[in-house]
Design a protein around this ligand. Sequence first.
Ligand code: FES
Ligand code: FES
Length: 163
Amino acid sequence: MSLHEVQVTINGKSYIEYVEPRMLLSDFIRETCGLTGTHVGCEHGVCGACTVIMSGTAVRSCLIFAVQAHQQEIKTVEGLSCNGEMTPLQKNFVECHGLQCGFCTAGILMSMTDFLDKHPSPSAKEIKETLSGHLCRCTGYDGIVKAIEKTIQENKEEVLQRS
Ligand code: FES
Ligand code: FES
């Protein structure tokens, strides 16, 4: 099978690879680039575990071919922290017991990072609607919702302090 060039930037690092056209972006990220923080569960767009941010939008990397990511910019869970410092959302997941086994966590963090960037003050219904695209078998979602609500509150307080 012929190989296709994929040039992509992931977490600020440039990758140029040659892949089969059928390779999924999730496999490219994990196997070709070695970024195993992105998890693969259902491989058909249901569980949300494989979510990454591609060119500013949260997407399911198991529903995209690696060749479709050519010349795009991708952020994975490894790219969230800055100089080893977790984001407020990540810290609140820890504090609020938003994870147990952690299998779903990377995908939820990527979805909610994108969601909170675009909706700084969402309603409880909007939070739950966004979370409905992610399956978590451990937490019952309570800790996850608390972590998200705490992050929203902290962001609001920070904005108030700055004004
Ligand atoms: S592995 Fe992609 S949505 Fe489940
Ligand atoms: S923490 Fe285990 S699946 Fe969500």
